[in-house]
Design a protein around this ligand. Structure first.
Ligand SMILES: Nc1ncnc2c1ncn2[C@@H]1O[C@H](COP(=O)(O)OP(=O)(O)O)[C@@H](O)[C@H]1O
Ligand SMILES: [Mg+2]
Length: 349
């Protein structure tokens, strides 16, 4: 992992009036590029193939100011990025495909690079959630599977390849000698709240050394489980799968908002304690059961794809900002505010 000192040195050398927000053209890039333009910040898109570039012809207002071709998402062009005073905005595709290449890159990344290590490793992620005091699904030893369990591979792959097993025999038939985690299957409604932690001001909902905002909430739409009622009614037997296809909006019973805000704060403060905090956007993946008890099964310390529903804001961001404010725009705004106050070092690593 490159040192924070080195990144602070790089940012010190930047022309703060000519910053560029750079990201890989995928995941949440339309939202990020569109929003950065709204905040008058230059944008740079990294493309690995022609199809990625072509998409923006359909969405010209969300096209980056400049494209750079890269051979592979795990070969990010360090010199070109630094020359343009770039800050990398990490998203799910970068975390998944650039992986370890991002650890060494001498270009500032929005947020705390250390969080990538905790996000990448499911065991560490559970330690983080436990430190935050969240209720979690039970982790089950494969030999003791006594209830329906989800078996997950290491790393976020958008739910691909997961399976439900009911017994040790079923587990070993499918997953012998594989690097997986076995969790009890949680029953309830999925809730994915999108937060933003800013260490730049203590106004609002206090957390760590600043405040958190809850900008929006989504629910994922996963194939085939989320349409399975049709399949079942049509008399077609299915094996449930969890491949993310898209997202849909959600608002919560207002009486549940306190719980969700407290969980956001606790996750933020646990990150402080464990690895130096998580400036910027983060998301919790929760299931709320019939007793209105929340269980957490994942944290993403970066922008998540569910925020793509709200490029102009949500029913929640409206009550905090009297202007359209999605997560992409909030990121661009934070960079602008930090640059102005000479505090970029507080929000990048
Ligand atoms: N413990 C669980 N109980 C019930 N459903 C789960 C559980 N964990 C995950 N899921 C379902 O599987 C999907 C993908 O799981 P997740 O751990 O978020 O995968 P990824 O790491 O690919 O993001 C979730 O969005 C949810 O629908
Ligand atoms: Mg997930």
């Amino acid at each position: 992992m490159i040192s924070k000192e080195k990144i602070l040195e790089v940012i010190e050398g930047y022309d703060k009036k000519k910053l560029t927000l750079a990201t890989v053209c995928s995941h949440t890039s339309l939202q990020l590029f569109y929003s950065a333009k709204q905040e008058n910040i230059r944008t740079l898109g990294l493309v690995t193939n022609e199809a990625q570039r072509k998409m923006y012809d359909a969405f010209p207002l969300a096209k980056p100011d400049e494209f750079i071709d890269v051979e592979d998402s795990n070969k990010l062009p360090e010199a070109e990025l630094a020359e343009r005073n770039s800050i990398i905005i990490p998203h799910g595709s970068i975390v998944e495909y650039a992986g370890k290449a991002l650890d060494k890159l001498a270009v500032p990344v929005l947020g705390n690079r250390n969080s990538l290590l905790w996000e990448r490793d499911r065991v560490k992620m559970f330690e983080w959630m436990r430190t935050a005091g969240l209720e979690l699904p039970a982790l089950i030893d494969p030999d003791k599977i006594d209830r329906p369990c989800v078996v997950k591979h290491a790393g976020a792959k958008g739910g691909r390849g997961y399976a439900i097993v009911h017994s040790p025999e079923e587990f070993y038939a499918k997953f012998a000698n594989q690097d997986v985690m076995v969790q009890e299957y949680l029953i309830g409604v999925r809730v994915y709240p999108h937060f933003f932690y800013s260490p730049l001001s203590k106004e609002g909902y206090r957390a760590s050394d600043g405040h958190i905002e809850m900008l929006s909430i989504d629910r994922r739409f996963e194939s085939n489980i989320d349409e399975s009622y049709r399949t079942v009614i049509a008399g077609v037997p299915i094996k449930p799968s969890f491949t993310v296809v898209g997202n849909e909006p959600l608002v919560l019973r207002e009486s549940l908002l306190n719980d969700v805000l407290e969980m956001g704060k606790d996750v933020c403060e646990a990150a402080d304690k464990l690895f130096g905090g998580i400036p910027g956007p983060f998301c919790l993946e929760l299931i709320c059961d019939e007793n209105l008890q929340f269980y957490a099964f994942e944290i993403s310390a970066r922008i998540v794809a569910g925020t793509n529903l709200y490029p102009t804001g949500s029913p929640y961001s409206l009550f905090a900002f009297d202007e359209p404010m999605g997560t992409g725009r909030r990121i661009a705004r934070e960079v602008k505010l930090a640059a102005k106050a000479d505090k970029l070092g507080k929000i990048v690593y």
